[in-house]
Write a protein that binds this ligand. Structure first.
Ligand code: NAD
Length: 333
């Protein structure tokens, strides 16, 4: 397939782009590099530097790659920042996605896979979460993702779009060869922060709240390896391509196993043989107590399964990346 990947220089988007290139697909990336990295892509990967709301940039990229389908990753995606700067999130995520969709529809693109999030489930604490668990977004970030899901569903029937909405739980880990991994600035995800602390790049780890209604009081999340997510995108592309009718489905992507912050710390200590210096801080605005997937639909409909079911194995891939690249993609090679 010829695939346009928006946000393909970012953490998850670049993993999907590399995966699809390795599987023989023709991939064209559109990324404004506001957060992404050129080096996250293979040296022969095609990158167009541009924004999703820039109609000409999108059309150029679509045309250059003869793209018939789109994976849409580009977004602002920090929960805390979205509480501080909601306008930026509604603008970049919702207005940006609307502009992108208008361009795609005008260009005759009929297939779309969208990066959504488990944050849509908000405070829902019933585990495991299914796709029919009522949405209860707890932050501007989550609301923008939910709004885009709705936008895609609404436009699909009027414009013949076939789509998959992939609600990832917590993306984690790095490529098994240690060459590509997570490099966000600022970093807000737990595993890289724990590993940066172990590398001495941070003084200590702050646990944001120890009074959640979970077994050890810290937040519980479902950590899904980034290569498992990448493979799910390939399956979702096949599924949307095979659909005869406009419309689509929501799919949860998670391992089905929840791990608390303290369990992640223990896994990192076990992988590295080092101790994580910790302090307990206040809760963070917008954080939910527990988000764990039930991903049966992705298994039954897409044929997806998780290769990295064990947290330590996922953390070990992340450690190999961080140890070799303490400054992320800016590390000397
Ligand atoms: N990382 C996770 O755990 C996680 C979990 C659930 C959902 N998601 C979603 O997955 C997607 C990717 O997440 P990520 O962690 O890889 O994020 P990321 O920040 O690493 O990647 C996002 C990419 O989009 C680009 N971008 C942002 N705005 C753009 C715009 N207007 N035009 C063009 N490019 C733009 C950035 O430069 C960056 O390369 C996001 O949509 C996010 O909401 C991520």
């Amino acid at each position: 397939m010829n695939i346009l990947v928006t946000g393909g220089a970012g953490y998850v988007g670049s993993a999907a782009a590399r995966w699809l290139i390795a599987s023989g697909h023709r991939v064209t990336v559109l990324d404004d590099l506001s957060l992404g990295h050129r080096a996250a892509l293979p040296s022969d990967g095609v990158l167009h530097v541009g924004r999703i709301d820039d109609r000409q940039a999108v059309l150029r990229a679509l045309e250059a790659g003869a793209c018939e389908t789109v994976l849409h990753f580009a977004a602002s995606s920090c929960v805390g920042e979205s509480v501080q700067q909601p306008r930026r999130y509604w603008s970049n995520n919702v207005a940006g996605s609307l502009a992108l969709l208008e361009t795609l529809i005008d260009a005759g693109v009929e297939q779309l896979v969208f990066s959504s999030t488990c944050a849509i489930y908000g405070e829902a604490s019933d585990a495991p979460l299914t796709e029919s668990t009522p949405a209860a977004p707890g932050s501007p970030y989550a609301f923008t993702k939910y709004a885009i899901e709705r936008m895609i569903a609404d436009l699909s029937h009027a414009h013949g779009l076939r789509y998959a909405l992939l609600r990832y739980f917590n993306a984690a880990g790095a490529s098994p060869d240690g060459a590509h991994g997570e490099d966000h600035d600022p970093e807000t995800h737990l595993i890289p922060i724990v590993l940066q602390t172990l590398l001495g790049r941070r003084d200590r780890l702050t646990l944001f709240g120890e009074d959640y209604p979970t077994p050890d009081g810290t937040c519980v999340r479902d950590y899904v390896h980034v290569d498992d997510l990448a493979r799910a995108h390939e399956l979702a592309l096949d599924w949307t391509a095979a659909r005869r009718e406009p419309g689509g489905e929501v799919f949860n992507l998670g391992t089905g196993r929840g791990h608390s912050v303290r369990e992640v710390i223990r896994a990192a200590e076990s992988v590295t043989g080092r101790r994580v210096p910790c302090e307990v801080g206040a809760r963070r605005a917008g954080d939910s107590a527990r988000l764990v997937a039930q991903a049966r639909r992705a298994r039954d409909v897409l044929g997806w399964s998780v290769e990295y079911a064990d947290l330590e194995r996922t953390v070990a891939t992340a450690w190999a990346w961080h140890e070799a690249h303490p400054d992320g993609y800016a590390s000397p090679v």
